[in-house]
Design a protein around this ligand. Structure first.
Ligand SMILES: CC(C)(COP(=O)(O)OP(=O)(O)OC[C@H]1O[C@@H](n2cnc3c(N)ncnc32)[C@H](O)[C@@H]1OP(=O)(O)O)[C@@H](O)C(=O)NCCC(=O)NCCS
Length: 254
């Protein structure tokens, strides 16, 4: 079935993922968008072997493991929400294809109000499993991820005294390149903004890629500062890293 460029296409649906098979299918969108299309240096470093069937299976399994360990806040809200955007398949109306994927994280530095910032990145990202015995690659990823999330973590800490003391962070957003520019990301982002409002008018934050920022700025996010600076050792300086920018809504939700 063709999926026309049409705002609020009723056939497009955004829902929480509730089965591991959907995470595996959604991971294909991530590989196509971040791997093949954008060749995003952080995705490539975080997902060694993604372009082989076995490598992809292993990396998708990591994502399933993250999905399975999702916790809830003191009010019973999911701290990490995995979303799928689907359209009807070509054969049967009941069969749907996943064309987009997003992860929204309710984050807080106060216990019970969201996912706490990860203190030990090596452990938190299970880098030993990703790069067994490879101290160099593990160190590189720690430095890249700490740089990428530096401002997000500062904001989470600043919100410790806010009421309520938390933010909604868009942790990932990917749309299959064959279905881009049809409003899919917009719906995935809107889900999180609606949820942010419902959970207590929370501010939304994200680290936006050069493609993503066009979507987010139309939806009330504003860029803060220049492109994120990556603080990495001299030996890693020449590696390609994506130009991300920190964005936040300041309460300007649309
Ligand atoms: C960024 C991304 C998620 C956008 O998905 P999408 O479904 O194509 O976005 P939408 O169709 O919802 O876009 C909504 C609006 O944002 C703007 N926009 C989206 N992508 C754009 C682009 N590449 N360049 C310029 N503007 C863009 C447009 O104004 C668009 O509306 P329009 O098509 O009517 O002009 C997708 O391009 C992607 O997966 N890219 C690779 C991975 C990535 O960078 N992800 C974001 C990480 S922060």
């Amino acid at each position: 079935m063709s999926f026309e460029k049409h705002k609020n296409d009723p056939r497009l649906s955004v829902e929480l993922i509730d089965r591991p098979e959907d995470i595996i299918q959604a991971f294909d969108c991530v590989c196509e968008a971040f791997g093949r299309q954008a060749q995003d240096g952080i995705f490539l470093a975080m997902n060694p072997g993604w372009e082989t069937p076995h490598g992809k299976e292993l990396r998708a399994a990591n994502m399933v493991a993250r999905w399975r360990t999702t916790t809830k806040d003191k009010d019973g809200n999911l701290n990490t929400s995995f979303l799928k955007a689907t359209i009807p398949g070509s054969e049967q109306e009941s069969e749907r294809i996943i064309v987009g994927f997003a992860i929204w994280v309710q984050a807080s530095s106060v216990q019970g109000y969201g996912d706490l910032p990860v203190e030990d990145l090596r452990k938190g990202m299970d880098l030993e499993a990703l790069y067994p015995g490879n101290e160099r690659e593990q160190r590189y990823l720690c430095q890249v991820m700490a740089s990428l999330h530096r401002r997000r973590i500062e904001v989470i800490k600043e919100k410790a005294t806010a009421v309520p003391p938390m933010v909604m962070a868009l942790d990932m957003c990917a749309v299959d390149p064959s279905y881009q520019r049809k409003g899919v990301a917009r719906e995935l982002v809107q889900w999180g903004l609606d949820e942010a409002r419902r959970r207590g008018d929370l501010e939304a934050v994200t680290e936006a890629s050069s493609m993503g920022r066009h979507v987010y700025e139309k939806m009330g996010f504003q860029a803060e500062g220049p492109n994120i600076e990556y603080f990495v050792d001299e030996e890693f300086k020449s590696r390609r890293r994506p130009p991300n920018i920190f964005m936040r809504t300041h309460g300007n939700l649309v």
